[in-house]
Structures are given as structure tokens and as C-alpha cells.
Design a protein around this ligand. Structure first.
Ligand code: ADP
Length: 637
């Protein structure tokens, strides 16, 4: 063991050229990169989790890993199983119990011995049967001969022979019952077991005893032969991995806890009405290391006692989503591609330029400047699609062009939906991307995780019968109310209009289910102010941003995707929170299409977005005045 293992890139590199995309790596294709043997050395990033795994393997401790999907949780759990000593592996045998057929006996022997024992029992049974049938035929011959020759009764002879035959057959069943059931066989295993029990039903997790349709009359299968091991038993002396631990039903979590606590767990039939439920074995060893995984919600829904058990006897670790973009990391990402190519086995290796393109994508997907994404399952998906395209063309290597094609092809469902949606809106001319309109603003939202969409917001202000209300259509009522509440403080200060006497209607035009509207408050505020003051909004502009009660524009998620969506919709400018400026990683093709305007305050938003000079100027001036000196500093005038 030891954590000071070499996890270098496995190829030459030039320290003078470290700053390039390959981190100075000197390769023609990924074939030049050596992939480490041990899985634990193949893990990219996640240094903290890696160290914990190494430590926990040495000390035999349980581990809880929390983090986004595809960041290497199951990979690390599997790596851990490779670090556990092989010498301790055991085979587990279940024997018939002559005293109580419903409580089979359980024995453990060193790995590899189990097969030998079963073989020996089979051999013995065969000999015994041979012996018995030999005996049987002699007796039959004697009795039959006696009946026929001495008593002269053929019928009696046949009858007697038949009775003897059946008696022997019936009593010989017992000898099969002597052959043990090899429940867990570790013969020939190179590493400690790794059992993935994610989403396993009770039987698969805890073991089961099969139902026997013939429960008597000589046709039944002896109970010990119907016993089946669960993942907790197969994982004995190895690793039991359970992802999405919170989705395991509470009863199973409780039993899992017992197995961890006792180090053994009897097997019984899981379905209550089956004959298997009558059977309960002696305790079967379950001496495994538990690696539980999940996202943050998992911890909330997890059985608290199970969590405290893991915590008390092990480690908890949070998985990173991104990592600092350093030359060393970029070299490792190149090695990651080599790993994925070798793991797949059929993909052509990647050219240096293709590797660069994947690394660019890793930068982009991180959503943060100076970082690389660690959601490597998805990045691995891109590698495979690119490699498949190259393979389909019989190309000797995967090139940059293949990667670019793959990026286009491997769009997520949300991206495909959003693109389709944009296309359709173009058809119906629902997009307004020029001119000026009162109370209408092109907002931006994120769909799924990785696609943006233009979502127009319309506001209308009408006199109210009673106290003023905020009326919004669709599912976005809450977002609208919050946004209006946030702007109302600002509006109260600068406007003569008393909005408490008005109804404010807000419509999210053509909003799609599943759109997250978090960052719509700047948009809603602009639409409301425009409607209230009757000043039109430029329609070639889109915007996103969250709003504080004081009018500060706060950062939001998904800016890159949103900007790309605005560009695709044919808009000229996009307003984003200045705090998000560093997160912008739009693809080159969009850079010339759209102007990005970072802002820190709502007054700047209005200055850019409102049309109609005199009204606008007085509005912006008033807004600047009322928000005081703290604001002056921020806006910088
Ligand atoms: P999780 O269990 O977190 O959902 P997995 O461990 O199943 O993710 O990751 C899926 C695949 O993605 C792995 O088999 C591996 O190819 C790749 N992968 C994910 N994370 C990493 C990592 N940190 N280093 C190297 N490869 C990774």
C-alpha cells in the first residue's frame, strides 16, 4: 500500500512547454502514454478520496462517499478491493443439518478448499451409490429367484423386486443430502471481492432460500441446497459498494447494519409465503468493508443509525466536481483518455490535437475559470463517441475532427430539446430579437444541466380593486413573487407609483416544464419597471442575474449555456452578473455573434436595456440617486 505511488502521466514531457494544453506532454497519440496497472493509480483528481481509500483499506474501515454521479465513487470502491489482502479470502459451504433440516449448517474454509470438499463428497456419494445398487441387485436377484424357482410365483417375484427397488431408491435420497452447497466460491480469485449492491432487492442483498414446490414425497430439494448467497456474503473479506444508499428500503438498511455490526448474517427465504421462509441457516460470515455512496440528498434519507455506524467506524469523504487546471492535471487528463481507450479496447488512440480538444471541453464543462471538470464518466462518454466515429471510418487514430463531431452528437436530452425548441420558435417567429417593447424582456434560463434557453418575460401593471397582487402564470409563480418583492423595495424608493395599489401581472412566455427559473429576478424586475414607467425595452438584448433587495446583481448558474442560447436565438447583447464574468467559456463560434455586458447593479441593466432616451435617463438617474453612496462605489461613478 502506501499513498506515495507514482501517478505521473506515464509519458515524457517538456517542463519548458508546460503551459500548453497538453501540459508539455510529448506524445503523438495516447498510445505513447503508459497506463498504471492499479485502478487506484488511474484515478484522476480526488486526492482526498484516494488517500482515504488507501488508509481505509489498510485499517479495514467503512467509507461514505458523497458527490456528483460519475466522479469515480465506484471506481475508488473497486480500487479498494484490489488493495485488500487476498490471503484472507474464504469459501463458504452450507451443509444439511441432520438434527433440523430447516437450519442448515454453515462452515468456512480457506479459498479454493470449498471446491475440493464438494468434489470429495460427490465422489463418496457416487461410491456409496454404486455399493448400494450392487447390493440391491443381489437382493433382488435372490428374492426374485426364490419366488420364481422355489415358490413358482412369477407375479410375487416381480412385486417383491419392485418393492425392494423402491425401498432402496427412497432411502438413497439421503446420500445426496450429504453433499454440501458451495455458497461462496473464491477459488482462483486474484483480488478480494467487489460486490456492487446498488439498487439490489432484499434477496440479492441479504441472501435467499428458494421455494421448493415439492415439499415432501421424495421429490423435494434438501433445504441447504436451496440457499443462495446475498451480496453481503459474497463481499465477505472484500468490498460491498452501495450507491444511492438512500434508495435502499429502511428494512434492508437495518439488516445491512446488523450484518456490519455482527460480521455475520443468517440466510432465510425473503418471500414470506414461500417454503424458503421456513429455513434459516446458521450465521454466514459478512466481514466486508462497506463503501456507501450517494449525492447530498442521500445523507438526509439514509438511516441515521447506519450513517453513524459508518461515521463511527470509518470515514466520510466529499467528492470534488472540479479541480484546478494545472499542467500536471492536464497531463493526467491525457492519460485519462489513454485509460478510457484501453478500457474500451476497440477505440483508436487519440491524436495529440484530439486530446487537446477533449481537455478544452473539460475546461468548458467545469463552468469555472481555471478548472477542469471531474465528472469524468460524461467526459469518458465523449471519448467513446469520438472513438466510435473514428472506428466507423476505419481511421487509424481519433482526430480533433472526430472529437468535434462527437461533441455535436453527444448532446444531452435537454440540449437536444432546447435546440429543437429554439428551432421551432424560429418557425413560429415567437422570438423577438429586434425593436423595442414595453414590459417585455428576453430572460434566460437553464434547462437540465447543460443547456440554456431564451425565456421571455412580460409584465403588465393594472390598477387594483383591493390590495395589489402579483399574478403570475404557470409554475413560476414563486419565482415571480420573489423577484417582485426584491424590486418592490427599489421601486418604492424611486417611483411615484404606489405599487401596493396595483396588480402586477407577469407572464413567462412559452415557459417549458423543467426550466429552472432561479435566475429570473433581474429579468422580472426590468419587465416590471418598464411596464410601470411605460419605457420600452430593447429586444435585441437578453439578460440573466439574481437581484438583492438593494438592487445588486448577484451571480447565477449556467451563464455559458445561457449566453450560447442567446446567441443561437439571434440576439446581439447579453447582460450577465459581473461576478459571473470568469465563468464564461462559450465556444469560439459564438464569440463574434454576441456582446457580453457584465453588470453589478440594476441601474446598469436598465441603462443598457431600456430604450427611449429622456425617460430612460431620468429613470436611471433616479435609481442611482436613491440607492445611495454604497452603490456609487460599486457602480463606479
Ligand atoms: P460514480 O460511482 O461516482 O458514479 P464511477 O466510478 O462509476 O462514478 O465512474 C464511471 C467511470 O468514469 C469510471 O469507470 C471511469 O472510467 C471514469 N471516471 C470517473 N471518475 C474518474 C476519476 N476520478 N478518474 C478517472 N476516471 C474516472
Amino acid at each position: 500500500l502506501g499513498s506515495d505511488v507514482d501517478v505521473g502521466p506515464g509519458a515524457d514531457y517538456d517542463p519548458d512547454e508546460e503551459e500548453n494544453l497538453l501540459g508539455g506532454l510529448k506524445i503523438e497519440t495516447t498510445q505513447d502514454i503508459q497506463v498504471p496497472d492499479r485502478l487506484v493509480d488511474q484515478v484522476i483528481g480526488q486526492d482526498h478520496a484516494r488517500d482515504i481509500i488507501l488508509k481505509a483499506a489498510k485499517q479495514r474501515r467503512h467509507v461514505m462517499m458523497i458527490g456528483s454521479p460519475g466522479t469515480g465513487k465506484s471506481m475508488l470502491a473497486k480500487a479498494m478491493s484490489q488493495l485488500l489482502p487476498r490471503e484472507e479470502l474464504q469459501d463458504i459451504l452450507v451443509y444439511h443439518n441432520p438434527d433440523d433440516g430447516n437450519e442448515p449448517k454453515v462452515r468456512t474454509v480457506p479459498a479454493g478448499k470449498g471446491e475440493q470438499i464438494v468434489e470429495a463428497h460427490k465422489e463418496e456419494a457416487r461410491k456409496r451409490n454404486q455399493m448400494r445398487s450392487f447390493l440391491m441387485w443381489i437382493i433382488i436377484a435372490v428374492v426374485f429367484g426364490y419366488s420364481l424357482l422355489i415358490a413358482g410365483q412369477l407375479l410375487l417375484g416381480i412385486l417383491a423386486a419392485g418393492v425392494i427397488y423402491l425401498a432402496f431408491r427412497y432411502s438413497s435420497r439421503g446420500s445426496d443430502a450429504m453433499i454440501p452447497n458451495l455458497l461462496v466460491n473464491n477459488a482462483g480469485r486474484q483480488t478480494a471481492p467487489f460486490e456492487d449492491a446498488t439498487g439490489a432487492h432484499a434477496g440479492a442483498l441479504l441472501g435467499d432460500v428458494r421455494h421448493d414446490p415439492f415439499q415432501s414425497g421424495g421429490m423435494e430439494t434438501p433445504s441447504h441446497d436451496r440457499v443462495e448467497a446475498g451480496a453481503i456474503h459474497k463481499a465477505n473479506k472484500g468490498v460491498l459498494f452501495v450507491d444511492e444508499i438512500n434508495t435502499l428500503d429502511i428494512r434492508s438498511q437495518q439488516k445491512l447494519m446488523t450484518a456490519i455490526q455482527e460480521g455475520k448474517f443468517s440466510i432465510t427465504g425473503q418471500s414470506e409465503r414461500s417454503s424458503g421462509a421456513m429455513v434459516q441457516t446458521e450465521p454466514v460470515p459478512t466481514d466486508f468493508i462497506m463503501v456507501a455512496a450517494g449525492n447530498l440528498d442521500a445523507m438526509e434519507n439514509m438511516h441515521p443509525a447506519l450513517r453513524s455506524r459508518i461515521k463511527g467506524y470509518g470515514y466520510e469523504v466529499y467528492m470534488d466536481d472540479t479541480i484546478d487546471d494545472t499542467p500536471e492535471m492536464r497531463r493526467k487528463y491525457a492519460r485519462f483518455i489513454a485509460q478510457e481507450v484501453e478500457k474500451d479496447g476497440r477505440l483508436p488512440h487519440f491524436s495529440a490535437q484530439a486530446v487537446e480538444e477533449v481537455i478544452l471541453e473539460a475546461q468548458r464543462r467545469s463552468g469555472r475559470k481555471g478548472h477542469l471538470t471531474l465528472e469524468l464518466r460524461n467526459l469518458g462518454g465523449l471519448v467513446r463517441v469520438a472513438g466510435d466515429i473514428a472506428r466507423a471510418e476505419d481511421a487509424p487514430e481519433t482526430t480533433r475532427e472526430h472529437v468535434l463531431q462527437a461533441k455535436r452528437r453527444s448532446r444531452s436530452i435537454e440540449q437536444q430539446l432546447a435546440d429543437d425548441y429554439i428551432e421551432r420558435r424560429k418557425d413560429y417567429e415567437l422570438n423577438v430579437n429586434e425593436g423595442e417593447v414595453v414590459g417585455r424582456v428576453n430572460g434566460l434560463a437553464v434547462m437540465g444541466e447543460d443547456s440554456g434557453i431564451v425565456m421571455p418575460v412580460m409584465a403588465e401593471v393594472t390598477p387594483s380593486q383591493g390590495p395589489g397582487e402579483v399574478i403570475a402564470t404557470g409554475k413560476l409563480q414563486e419565482i415571480a413573487m420573489e423577484a417582485v418583492q426584491n424590486v418592490s423595495a427599489i421601486i418604492k424608493k424611486f417611483s411615484d407609483e404606489d405599487i401596493s395599489q396595483r396588480d402586477i401581472h407577469i407572464q413567462f412566455v412559452q415557459s417549458y416544464e423543467g426550466v429552472e427559473g432561479d435566475s429570473a429576478s433581474v429579468t422580472v424586475a426590468t419587465a416590471v419597471i418598464s411596464a410601470l414607467e411605460d419605457v420600452p425595452v430593447e429586444q435585441n438584448i437578453a439578460m440573466t442575474g439574481s437581484l438583492s433587495v438593494r438592487g445588486d446583481v448577484l451571480p447565477v448558474g449556467g451563464v455559458t449555456h445561457k449566453i450560447e442560447a442567446a446567441a443561437k436565438a439571434g440576439l446581439d447583447k447579453v447582460i450577465i452578473p459581473a461576478a459571473n464574468e470568469q465563468d464564461v467559456m462559450i465556444e469560439d463560434e459564438f464569440k463574434d455573434q454576441i456582446e457580453i455586458i457584465p453588470v453589478t447593479h440594476i441601474s446598469e441593466v436598465l441603462e443598457v436595456a431600456l430604450a427611449g432616451e429622456p425617460e430612460k435617463d431620468s429613470l436611471v438617474d433616479r435609481l442611482k440617486n436613491i440607492t445611495g453612496s454604497a452603490l456609487e462605489r460599486k457602480v463606479g461613478r
